[in-house]
Design a protein around this ligand. Structure first.
Ligand SMILES: [Zn+2]
Length: 289
């Protein structure tokens, strides 16, 4: 009895390892919103949302084709394609592909979109190796252009600026773009990530010695960016669902124009980072392992 139960559990466990979605195994903090469809919509001007209910993907429409920021997991690519088409755009018109940072929830599908559309993939220098890696859950995509802090990406009159905001990954990128909307120019900030994930080592990190200093730099950069439209790599950063509902209800100002929400988000993330850094200084992770 006991032996058959153990055998059953073994089969169950090993089949989950063999056949389970590798992305879920690599990302233990799976969130049901990651793969849930979300209505595609115009944020402002030529900037559109084409992501899932949490994994943000942005489309910038230009007369010379479209720019996409993020590809999500491989399994989400059909959802992104559907969203692009719902807006009346063509998936095949994707000319440039960018990422927030080299983690599977934002970039695993880059190789697929690149193959489908021939889009040029442009990635911040310090994330290029991870982007081109074929390790489990990595896209194994060819990077066409290596970006450096402050570089611009232009297409058909649109101009994005790549701001290096490292720590979460070494090449984590916050994108900014000015969009024209109703006669006004709006500064959009798409935060790459400012989160210290569970298990991140901030003190005595051998593979990333300057990680804590990088986070410090990132908060300085984020605080310096002029922001009207507050956006980011996850919908949860900027209350995507609540703001979308508000926008759909209509009437008031564009709810995505939220400079106070942006400053509050940055302050909250910096506070979380500093608390975790302090905790690790008191109790260095290497000493406890
Ligand atoms: Zn990440």
């Amino acid at each position: 009895m006991r032996r058959s139960l153990l055998a059953f559990l073994f089969v169950l466990g090993s089949s989950a390892l063999l056949f389970g979605p590798p992305a879920l195994l690599a990302q233990p903090q799976a969130n049901p919103d990651w793969h849930a469809e979300f209505p595609a919509f115009k944020i402002a001007g030529d900037l559109y949302y084409v992501g899932t209910a949490d994994l943000a993907v942005y489309l910038i429409h230009t007369p010379q084709g479209n720019i996409l920021i993020n590809s999500d997991f491989k399994q989400d690519v059909p959802t992104i394609k559907k969203s692009i088409e719902q807006l009346g755009f063509k998936y095949a018109d994707t000319k440039i592909l960018l990422i927030s940072h080299a983690h599977g929830d934002h970039d695993e599908g880059t190789g697929v979109i690149q193959k489908d559309t021939g889009a040029k993939l442009m990635v911040m220098d310090a994330d290029v190796a991870a982007e081109e890696s074929t390790a489990a859950g990595r896209p194994g995509a060819h990077v066409d252009r290596t970006l450096h802090d402050g570089d611009t990406v232009t297409l058909g009159g649109a101009k994005l600026v790549a701001h290096l905001t490292p720590g979460h990954t070494k090449g984590c990128t916050t994108w900014t773009i000015q969009v024209r909307d109703g006669g006004k120019t709006l500064n959009a900030v798409i935060v790459g990530s400012a989160n210290v994930n569970p298990g991140y080592i901030l003190v005595g990190n051998r593979s990333y010695p300057q990680i804590a200093d990088d986070y410090v730099k990132t908060f300085k950069v984020l605080k310096s960016l002029p922001c009207d439209l507050f956006l980011g790599a996850h919908g949860g950063y900027f209350s995507l669902k609540a703001k979308y509902e508000k926008m759909k209800a209509g009437g008031g100002a564009n709810p995505f124009i939220d400079p106070q929400g942006y400053q509050a988000f940055v302050a909250d993330r910096e506070d979380a980072f500093r608390k975790e850094w302090e905790r690790q200084k008191q109790n260095p992770p290497s000493a406890s392992r």
